[in-house]
Ligand binder design. Structure first.
Ligand code: ATP
Ligand code: MG
Ligand code: MG
Ligand code: MG
Length: 390
């Protein structure tokens, strides 16, 4: 595995402090895992956070590709992608959260050269089960960074049950001019790095019990860090995204938000296909289908003749190579074209059915069910056709 200079700086900093590198793994979690895709660097480490000894030891570091479909609606802004790299570090029952915060601060300031004055942090302020994270608050006050206390925004969990805990988030000022306000009041403060005190287990009934060991889990968005270090306005100016923004812009003449959405979704789709997923009506395949269909819907909004067969080879290869994936560009093209064909056909059949149904008044839940079960038209597709007709 070869790493870019930003990732190397991150890895080296933690290696010098006794951390071993965990190799990047596929977006597909191992069998038996309830989560469809790896959504953060900690995900593959869940059993070790729960106490199983890790073969590489108690201090780990890595760069992990992640897919977050929970962020679909945020894609198009300047900081959210569906597919991104997470720079992660872990203490598996070894050093504590304050130590991690100190190192985090030193790496950002001295390793990456980010000005002290551009940083702001948030800390868990407590809730009805767990008290405020005073140890973290103290560290930040010692270091002299402005601190904002929050509630559930600073509680990290990867799902309704499992390991979780209070976190502290580091924000960087991305506005012009001197920093203003707080992360809670001004969204030019961009979240860069999250340090989680992973010390609880959430049970299905909502109860919290302490984990066998107290861990630290941190995650920093590579593309956001790259944006800060290069002085870019958005993550779409980064190395992984530029070929997509160019390619999609040149071929279809898109700009602004539609350009970002199509570029992001097609890039993620390539990586998902690269990790062995095909479109389908359930599970991972459905996530891929949604990504491709959202991209197609956006493309067809101004010109229904646009086709994914015009997608240039460059960005596809760039993404597959970037993640070391062995699927060929042609295989990706076949998957994309097959899905485009099916989607076009579904829309062709669906349009008259939906407009007939609509002429009888607003659609009920039963209508949606019937359109799905009898005509194979999922709800979001029906909604798309309805808004098309408006
Ligand atoms: P945000 O509040 O900005 O949505 P988050 O709190 O959901 O971020 P975490 O779950 O704490 O994010 O993930 C750790 C880090 O990963 C974040 O601090 C951020 O740098 C990065 N990150 C999270 N989501 C995205 C995304 N959709 N695109 C790019 N980077 C992301
Ligand atoms: Mg988020
Ligand atoms: Mg956040
Ligand atoms: Mg966070």
């Amino acid at each position: 595995m070869t790493y870019d200079p930003i990732s190397r700086t991150f890895l080296d900093f933690f290696r010098e402090r006794g951390h071993e590198t965990v190799p990047d793994c596929s977006l597909i979690p191992p069998p038996g895992d309830p989560v469809l895709f790896t959504t953060s660097g900690m995900h593959p480490l869940t059993p070790y956070l729960e106490g199983r000894p890790h073969p590489l030891g108690r201090r780990l570091v890595n760069v992990q590709r992640c897919l977050r479909t929970t962020d679909l609606d945020e894609v198009g802004d300047s900081t959210h992608l569906t597919l991104f790299r997470m720079l992660g570090s872990w203490s598996l029952g070894d050093y504590d959260l304050p130590q991690s915060l100190r190192w985090g601060y030193v790496l950002l300031r001295d390793g990456f050269g980010i000005d002290h004055d551009r940083l702001h942090v948030t800390v868990f302020g407590g809730d009805d089960q767990v008290g405020p994270d005073e140890a973290s608050q103290r560290i930040w006050e010692e270091i002299g960074l402005p601190v904002e206390l929050t509630g559930e925004e600073n509680w990290w969990s990867n799902g309704p049950t499992g390991p979780c805990g209070p976190d502290t988030e580091l924000f960087v000022w991305t506005g012009d001019g001197p920093p203003r306000g707080t992360p809670g009041t001004d969204d030019r403060w961009m979240e860069l790095w999250n340090h989680v005190g992973m010390r609880y287990h959430r049970h299905p009934d909502g109860r919290l019990t302490p984990l066998r060991q107290s861990n630290v889990d941190t995650g920093m968005g590579f593309e956001r860090l790259e944006m800060v270090l290069r002085g870019h306005r958005s993550v779409f100016e980064g190395d992984g995204l530029v070929p997509w923004v160019r390619g999609v812009g040149d071929v279809w003449g898109l700009r602004d938000e539609p350009l970002r959405l199509v570029g992001d979704h097609l890039r993620s789709s390539v990586a998902v296909v690269g990790d062995g997923v095909c479109p389908s009506n359930t599970g991972r395949g459905y996530v891929l289908r949604r990504l491709l269909r959202r991209a197609l819907t956006t493309l067809w909004r101004d010109d229904p003749s646009r086709s994914l067969s015009d997608l240039p080879t460059g960005p596809v290869r760039h993404t597959l190579d970037g993640f070391g994936q062995r699927v060929t560009v042609d295989e990706v093209r076949q998957v994309f074209s097959g899905e485009e064909r099916r989607f076009r056909e579904l829309l062709r059949r669906g349009r008259p059915v939906v407009s007939r149904r609509r002429s009888r008044g607003p659609l009920t839940d039963e209508d949606y069910r019937d359109l799905h079960d009898t005509h194979g038209l999922p709800r979001d597709l029906v909604d798309g056709l309805l808004s098309e007709a408006r």
